[in-house]
Design a protein around this ligand. Structure first.
Ligand code: ZN
Length: 203
């Protein structure tokens, strides 16, 4: 879906009420609109979108308040999973592209790219994702060789990148098994609810 189509959907979604998330009441009232920003992929570009309208709602029965997430804006974080997943794959695997270029193409700071790599590496244990793939597919999975990553001065950073790309790959496999739209990173919480990674690689 193009950004223009998405903007149109955001406008329409301002009429959304639905049911209360807490008590399922239908007495749901509008509670204003707040504006937020996000960076997301539009075709092959990363775009910074300002003034995304978010409908705020209020329950007339239990007084709960919440926001209705605009379509395509999956997280509270500014950089959406589509941007993060792609930046990580390029930063880790593309030997010809330096971090500064990845950052420029994804509208973020160079240090953000490395933060994305670290964050994705710790979304889940690759072994845990692998066993989930086995469980869901019911087919024995041969261990894949580790991806060849871009050489860096720090071996720890290379290992972290390798793990991040592994996690992304397994999340893609899982989302296709569940017939969910890519990127798999978008659905990580669904595969591993309330997950806390037990190990943290050393930077
Ligand atoms: Zn309620």
């Amino acid at each position: 879906m193009s950004l223009d189509e998405l903007k149109e959907r955001w406008k329409q979604a301002l009429f959304y009420r639905g049911r209360c998330l807490l008590c399922a009441s239908e007495r749901v009232w509008y509670n204003g609109i707040r504006l937020r920003t996000a960076s997301l992929r539009d075709g092959d570009k990363t775009v910074f979108v300002a003034e995304i309208p978010v409908r705020r709602l209020f329950c007339g029965d239990c007084s709960a308040r919440w926001s209705h997430a605009p379509e395509g804006i999956a997280t509270r974080a500014h950089y959406q999973p589509c941007v993060v997943a792609e930046a990580v794959v390029i930063a880790v695997l593309e030997a010809q592209v330096c971090d500064a270029t990845v950052a420029q193409e994804h509208g973020c700071h160079r240090r953000s790219v490395l933060r994305f790599v670290e964050r994705v590496a710790h979304v889940a244990e690759p072994a845990e994702l692998m066993s989930l793939v086995l469980l869901v597919s019911g087919v024995p999975v041969l261990p894949a060789p580790p991806p060849v990553v871009r050489p860096r001065r720090s071996a720890a950073l290379m290992a972290l990148g390798q793990r991040a790309v592994c996690v992304l790959g397994l999340l893609e496999v899982l989302s296709s098994l569940f017939e969910l739209s890519p990127p798999g990173l978008l659905h990580a919480a669904r595969f591993l609810p309330a997950h806390v990674s037990p190990s943290r690689a050393v930077l």
